[in-house]
Design a binder for this molecule. Sequence first.
Ligand SMILES: *[C@@H]1O[C@H](CO)[C@@H](O)[C@H](O)[C@H]1NC(C)=O
Ligand SMILES: *[C@@H]1O[C@H](CO)[C@@H](O)[C@H](O)[C@H]1NC(C)=O
Length: 187
Amino acid sequence: MAIKRTILIVCTIASLSLVSSAQTCKNYKFSNQRDFQSCADLPVLEAYLHWNYNSTAETIHIAYRASQTPRGWIAWGINPTGSGMVGTQALVAFQDLKGNMKAYTSQIKSYNPSMKPEPLSFPVSELSAEYSNDEMIISALLGPLSNGTTFNIAWQAGNAVSNDIPQSHPHFGPYVRSSGTLNFLSV
Ligand SMILES: *[C@@H]1O[C@H](CO)[C@@H](O)[C@H](O)[C@H]1NC(C)=O
Ligand SMILES: *[C@@H]1O[C@H](CO)[C@@H](O)[C@H](O)[C@H]1NC(C)=O
């Protein structure tokens, strides 16, 4: 009896420490009863993508969340024409001068992009941003997306926003490894 109880306690502690040392997207609960069936722990920048893919409509409802201070900005996007940063059709979020979270779309056309608001090469609706638990979260409905279910994606974070314009991000380590490929049919 005593041994069994000890084993149980050890197992409970082991699983708790796993949860606290490695946060995974699967354990995350959104506010407002939003529910996403699929998610991915992105490898750098403490970033997570949650999504529902609708194969009939070829649309993806996404929530991208990443660790950030209220002064910084985050961005996530699909690159339909290449890999890495240039060409990315980005969703961007930051806290504006009035203190409200703001989300918009911008095309990353060079390594020194304007970051100005503009439409993307595919439809985007239901765009919103929030700040919760030291994370910025961007939500949106993307599509119809006509090129299958596997896309090159890129994401980024920067420390500063000036006059409501996100400023250049650092250029080392995780900030230059923040791109990859994602199949929206994967779990
Ligand atoms: C997927 O999209 C179709 C067409 O717009 C819609 O009828 C259907 O309800 C959607 N499915 C889900 C699960 O949202
Ligand atoms: C699909 O491919 C076309 C042509 O390359 C491109 O313009 C468009 O942005 C792509 N859409 C997506 C969602 O990747």
